[in-house]
Each structure stands twice: as structure tokens, then as C-alpha cells.
Design a binder for this molecule. Sequence first.
Ligand code: SF4
Length: 327
Amino acid sequence: MRIVSGMRPTGKLHLGHYLGVIKKWLELQASNDSKSYFFVADWHALSTTYEDKLNLKNLSIELVKDWLSCGIDPEKSVIFIQSHVKYHAELYMLLNMITPLGWLERNPTYKEQIANLDGKDIHTAGFLTYPVLQAADVILYDADFVPIGEDQRPHLEITREVVRRFHHLYNSNIFKEPKEILSPTSRLLGLDGRKMSKSYNNSIYLTESSDAIFKKIKTAITDTQRVKKTDAGNPKVCLVNTYHEEFSTKETIDYIQDGCINAKIGCMECKKLCFESIDKFIAPIREKRATIDDKIALEIALDGSSKANEEAKIKMEYINHTIFNIE
Ligand code: SF4
């Protein structure tokens, strides 16, 4: 089975990205019966950051370095950059011709993002139609499955509707209707208890030094009702406990939960153990990243883009034949 998935190059990856996306990608990559295409969605990034003058070339390479550091392997998966495969744009244009505006305007994610992206003017054709670009991204490679979060479900439904409409209009059957692989929503919140996000300055990055991780964990909010070590705490309402549950061993989790509930340990001891667990998790990623320079990452991305181009070219020939050579 074929898997296609992309990620926008908008900055360093943090633990939330790892648990929400990369972990699932690694599972899929490890499966013997699947071939995965992972792409840097630099054109998608423009749909919300076109005014920000980001250096998308550098950010794309940094993203590839993050993926490689986490274990995404170019021997097993095709790693490429969307804008290096111009067929995505060609198919996007053709699909835009047949996609009714109402499907895009009714998209709940579109409405929600328009309401929430404060200070950004995203009333653009590119933002309204980016689900069509997503459709092109996956059907170009005959994806069987697309790993997505819950919020992306309406987009994949638009992809399937676009496929059906294309087949109906051109009396063909050339695309697959991709199914979803739902990634569990990452429960990992930022250090201040809000969603882990670069814009809230509350993230722990996969490139973080031990020292930086320790300093950050020290600032993490805890059970606000627990003021002194002698107060019994409640791990169920404590952010640090959620970090332990993701990164610590069962023994450590049992130790800190018992220590918290029965007022046997202080929050600083608990945070120190939390730091050790997170640092242990990040250390190999950090070490591997130090061995990957920009040149290596660029070569891998160019090689992957060349493979993606070859496949996309063949598919695009079929698509153009279907549209323009109607008998
Ligand atoms: S001991 Fe740990 S789990 Fe309990 S409130 Fe303090 S930081 Fe949170």
C-alpha cells in the first residue's frame, strides 16, 4: 500500500510534532507492506505565511534534517520537496477547474482557520483552495492511505469527492480514493498548558540541548493546588505528569504518582526525573542531527524529488490524456 503525507516547513519540530506525526510515519515506514512518500509542503506553507518572507528554502532543508534525525530513512521512504515536483501545481490547476466553490467554502477547517488566524489576511484563493492542492498531492501518487489528524478529515473527504467528480466527468477510473489513517491527537501540551506551539513560546524542540530542556521543564506548570511538598498533589491535573506518561518508564511514573499523591516528593524532584526522561528521548535525535549537514539533507531531498518527479510525470500523462483526448 502507498502512503503519502506532507508537513509544512514553518520552523523547528517539537515534541508535539513527534508524537502527532513523526511517530506514525516511523510506524508506517517500518511496515513491510507499505511504501511511503513524505514531502516538505512548502507551497502549502505559503497559503498562510505568504506575507512573512520566510526563507522556505532553508526551512525545508531544516525540516528534512529533523526527519532524518528522527529516523525517516531515504532508503525506505521517498523524501521530497513539493515545489520541486511541478506536476503538483499542474494537477492542482486542473482539479480547480472541476471543484465546486461550495465544497471549499463549506469546509469546517477553512471557516475555523479564518476565524482563528488573528492578524493574518488569509482571504486568498490559495488558502480557500489548498484542500485541492492536498488532493493533487496524494492522488498524483495513487495513495491508498493518508495519515492525518482529526482536523484534516474534511480535507480528505474533499479529495475523495474530487476524485469521484473527475471520474464522473471524464468517464474514467484513473485515481484511487485515499483512505485515512487517523493519528491519535497528541495530548502533549506546551509548558504553559496551552497547545504546544512555536507562537506561544512554550515548546520543547527536538534539537534542544540538555541544559535548555532542564531550564524549560523547570518552568512547566504543575498542579496549582499543590503549594508545598507536604501538600498532597493530583497528577491527573498536572502537566508534568503528562510528560512522564509519554516519556518515562513505568517505574518512574509509579514513583512520581505515588510520591505526589502521598506528598512524599517535591515538584522539583519530579521535574528533574521528567527532564531526565525527555533528555534521554531527545539525545539520540540531537546526536544524529549533528552528523547531518545541509549538503547531505539537500542531496537526499533532490534525489527523492527526482524519484517523485518520474512517478508524477507518468501519472500526469495519463491524466492529460484522459482530459484532452476524449473520444
Ligand atoms: S509532584 Fe510532579 S505530578 Fe505532582 S504536582 Fe508536582 S510536578 Fe506535578
